[in-house]
Ligand binder design. Structure first.
Ligand code: NOJ
Length: 558
């Protein structure tokens, strides 16, 4: 496939959650014109690709992942002309634009489902319908949002499958007409000069026709059948052969609970990379959606190393620590208090110095933290609300207060608060009332302030992005781990394939001051600091030195 070097390997991707990026018309909701007004910000930051979360027409039950019409823009975000204008402005600055493509399910308000529900051909078998008794669903599968994955439709007098909200029915990919329609729609966007796709939950699109009951001990139930289902690779390969292969684009598949072997197979099928979540499971408890556990560096290092060696080196992979579904990375893996700035920079160093394509989630370049949500009515995310209601209804908890803190930590809304542009009212995001609360630390964490501060998280990201563009070993170097079991320090080399300079990366993941000792078998003639998140300490040698809290250091070894 000639994919040894490629623009998407060298690119830095910036993820925009449009609802919270910038509001141009004072209705409190971020929009496409708002993004256009801030295109220079993206240019200054130096990113190469923008991934836009869904902006399609939608009832917005699940942040737009419930698509009503794939070829039009939701009025909250603007019009197709606004999208085209944004695309052009990005392209003028050499920034590519990839769309979030939701093909596992549609909204129940999509025309296909409305017709399918009435049994109208050719849409009758566009979804997973099963006839049967309205009191007993076809199997015991659960939705990712909690509760049964089946709802009974009175009109058609049959059950339909939805692995997410009941307003998000799953498409039946076994039906060639469904695939045909999806491929045609993908082509439509590619002909409009979009530069690729982030495929939502792509490893869920195939389910076994027999619909067997799932193991009751797994969550969500049935996942051993619908994750990486029987025909998933056949479908992805068909999509690649028939559509994607004809364009110079970038594709990334969202793939939850996926193994290293499966990830490599998706690459062979034609996807450029996938999102793995193994490193984001290390702090998940196993008693329910709000359970979190302490994590330790061994777990993060092991998960990272498995994917560095097994995927990034043999095929290619994405690098990320946060997105619109996860808590803010600094609140989760760093220190959102005293060492916010240092730890945000340290985590950024981790992202940019591994092998793979880095994805920056909007606001992480400012070191944004989780906000504090006190009351249930402050949440906007349907998953959060549904899971809380389910816990209350099932008697698992008796009051919201019992899980308030855990919900506050885990809710997807943590990542969905508006970008703080300044310390003005509503953080300069809108002149109206924001659709979701603004994170309370915006007077300190905001673009205006960080633009003017050489030591800010924002400026550090700019430097890292520049370095990635000018330092091939940061992109293509092999990953060679050092100090396999140090409890506080994560260290590795990136070794070039062409025998030139190596990088030594040393990351202190906690607030202690451990001593770093370079293993004796690492030799070099000269060393030079490439980047770090503290003023340089004067140092004669890098064989042994003490690290400061959350210190990150990258050296070039020659
Ligand atoms: C993954 C998306 O990232 C998430 O936000 C959404 O709820 C589900 N897929 C369902 O589309």
């Amino acid at each position: 496939m000639g994919r040894d070097s490629a623009w998407w390997k060298e690119a830095v991707v910036y993820q925009i959650y449009p609802r919270s990026f910038y509001n141009s018309d004072a209705d409190g909701i971020g929009d496409l014109r708002g993004i256009r007004e801030k295109v220079d910000y993206l240019d200054e930051l130096g990113v190469d690709v923008v991934w836009l979360n869904p902006v399609y027409d939608s009832p917005l039950v699940d942040g737009g992942y419930d698509v009503r019409e794939y070829r039009s823009i939701h009025p909250d975000y603007g019009t197709m002309e606004d999208w085209e204008a944004l695309r052009d402005e990005l392209h003028e600055r050499g920034i590519r634009l990839i769309m979030d493509m939701v093909t596992n399910h549609t909204s129940d308000e999509h025309e296909w489902f409305r017709k399918s529900r009435r049994g109208v051909d050719p849409y009758r078998e566009y979804y997973w319908w099963v006839d049967g008794d309205p009191d007993s669903p076809p199997n015991n599968w659960e939705s990712f949002f909690g509760g049964p994955a089946w709802s009974y439709d009175e009109r058609r007098e049959a059950w339909y499958l939805h692995l997410f909200d009941q307003k998000q029915p799953d498409l039946n990919w076994r039906n060639p007409a469904v695939r045909e329609d999806i491929f045609e729609m993908l082509r439509w966007w590619l002909e409009k000069d979009c530069d690729g796709f982030r495929f939502d939950v792509i490893n869920l699109i195939s389910k076994p026709s027999a619909l067997p009951d799932g193991d009751p001990d797994l969550t969500p139930r049935g996942r051993e059948y619908f994750i990486d289902g029987p025909r998933v690779h056949e479908y992805v390969r068909e999509m690649y052969d028939r559509v994607l292969s004809e364009y110079d684009i970038m594709t990334v598949g969202e793939t939850s609970h996926i193994t290293v072997e499966e990830a490599r197979r998706f690459y062979e099928d034609g996807l450029d990379m996938v999102f793995t979540f193994q490193h984001l499971h290390i702090d998940r408890g196993d008693t329910g959606p709000w359970d979190f556990d302490d994590w330790d560096l061994d777990e993060l290092r092991d998960a990272t190393a498995a994917w560095q060696r097994g995927v990034s080196e043999q095929s290619w992979n994405s690098l990320f620590l946060g997105n619109h579904d996860q808590p803010r990375m600094v609140s989760r893996f760093g220190d959102e208090g005293r060492y916010r700035v240092e730890s945000a920079k340290m985590l950024a160093t981790y992202l940019f110095t591994l092998r793979g394509t880095p994805f920056v989630y909007q606001g992480d370049e400012l070191g944004m933290t989780n906000p504090t949500f006190e009351r249930l009515d402050e949440y906007r995310d349907e998953e959060t609300i549904q899971q809380v209601m389910l816990a209350l209804r099932s008697g698992g908890v008796s009051t919201f207060d019992q899980i308030r803190e855990a919900v506050d930590f885990w809710s997807r809304d943590n990542a969905r608060t508006p970008i703080p542009w300044s310390d003005e009212r509503n953080a300069g995001f809108t002149d109206g009332e924001p659709w979701i609360k603004v994170c309370e630390n915006y007077p300190e964490v905001n673009v205006e302030r960080e633009r003017d501060d050489e030591d800010s998280v924002l400026q550090y990201y700019r430097r890292l992005i520049d370095l990635r563009h000018s330092t091939p070993v940061m992109v293509y170097g092999r990953y060679a781990q050092l100090l396999d079991d140090h409890p506080e320090i994560y260290a590795y080399l990136r070794t070039p394939t062409d025998g030139s300079r190596s990088l030594l990366v040393v990351l202190n993941f906690f607030d202690g001051e451990p001593t770093f000792r370079l293993p004796n078998d690492v030799s070099y003639d000269r060393w030079e600091k490439l980047i770090g998140n503290y003023e340089s300490a004067s140092r004669d040698s890098i064989r042994e030195f003490d690290l400061r809290p959350y210190e990150a250091l990258v050296y070039v070894l020659e």
